[in-house]
Design a protein around this ligand. Sequence first.
Ligand code: SR1
Ligand code: MG
Length: 395
Amino acid sequence: PYFTLDASSLQHWLTNHADLASRLGGSPADWTIREVSDGNLNTVFLVDGSGGSLCCKQALPHVRVVPDWPMPLERALYEARYMRATADAVRPAAPELYFYDDEMFLLVMECLTPHEVLRTALIRDEAQPGFSAVIGQYVARSVHATSWISQPFEHGSKLLADFAGNTALTRITVDLILTDPFRPCSRNPSPETGLLPDVEALQADKPLHRAVGSLQERFLTARQALLHGDLHTGSIMLHNNDVRVIDGEFATMGPIGFDCGLYLGNLTLHACAAPDKNALITSEITAFWNSFTTELRTLLKTGGGDVWALSDETQRRDLLDNFLLDILRDTAGFCGLEIIRRTVGFAQVADYTLCATPESRTAARRKALQTGRALILKAPSLHTLEDLLSVLTLQ
Ligand code: SR1
Ligand code: MG
C-alpha cells in the first residue's frame, strides 16, 4: 500500500528492488539521498551510489506547495504512460524511465546531473544558446509518434483511452491557464497596487474573453496528438547542449500548438522580465519554430495514418501547410494565455525577480499582459512566424 516516502524509507524501498539497487552499486548505507523537490506537485529525491545515480519522484495526495489542496495520486501513472508513449521517438531528449511502482505512485528515472532547470539557467544567464532547437525537435517527434496523420487511428484511439482519466490535471490547466486569470478568483494572488487597473481591465475585457473561449474549445476538443501538457521552462533541464524534457504528468490528447505555445510563452515572459535578453529570446523562438516545422515536415512527408491516406505528394504538402498554419495560430493563442496566467494567476514565475525595482517589475508585468492580450486577439489572423514575432515586439 501507498505511503509517503522519506529518505530512509526510500533507501529501504530501493534495497528491495535489486535491479535499481544494482544501478546504484555499493552498499545501501553508503548511498546519499537528497530531497530536491522543486515543482508545485510532487516529492523528488536524488540518490547517489558508488556505481550510479537515480531520480525518484513520488506523487503526494495533495499539491506539494498547498497541502490542503487534494490531488489524486494517479498523475504519476499518466507521467509514466507519457514517458513510455514518447520515449522511442524523442530519445535522448528525455530521461529514461527505469521503473514505475503503481502502488507507491513512484517513478524511478535516469538522474540528470549536473543539469539545471532551464528557467533557473535563464535567470542566471547560464543557458547555452540553441536549446530551443532541441525542444522544437522534441515536440515534432512526440507529435509524429502520436498523431492521426502518422499512425493508424487505432493508435490514437488507444491514446485517447489511456489518457482520458487524467482529468484532475486537465482541470488544473482549464482553471489556472484558461479561466482563472480572466475572472476574480481566490486562487489568483493579489496583484501589486500598480497592476490593479490592468488586472481589472483584463477581467472586464469582453473581446478578449470571446477569443479565450475559442482557445478553451481548441484545448478541450482538438485531440490532434499526445501533449506534454506543461511544457514550460521549469519542465526542461539542460547541461551544455544536453537538453531534456521532464515532468509529463499533465499529458493529454490535445492541440499541438498548446505545447508550442506554453514553451514560447515562458521564453517571452523571460524577455518581458529581462529586456536585455530580447535578442537571445527572439533567436530561441525562431530556432524553436524552425526546428519544429522542419522536423515535422520531414517526418510527415510519408504517411502511415488514416488521415491524408489518399493524398499524393502535392496534396500532402498543401495539407501540411494548412496544418502548420493552424498550429501557428494555436501556438500564438496559447502563448498569450500562458504569459497572462504566469503574470497574474496562481502559478507565477521567478523570472520577474530579475526586475531591479518594484516599478520595473510592474512595468514588465504590464508589458506581459499587453503582449498576451495581443497574441490571443491576433492569433487567428497570423500567417508566419514573422507575424507572430511582430506581435511580441522583442526586437
Ligand atoms: C497546482 S499546479 C500549478 C501549476 O504547476 C504545474 O507545473 C502546472 O504548470 C500547473 O499549472
Ligand atoms: Mg511540473
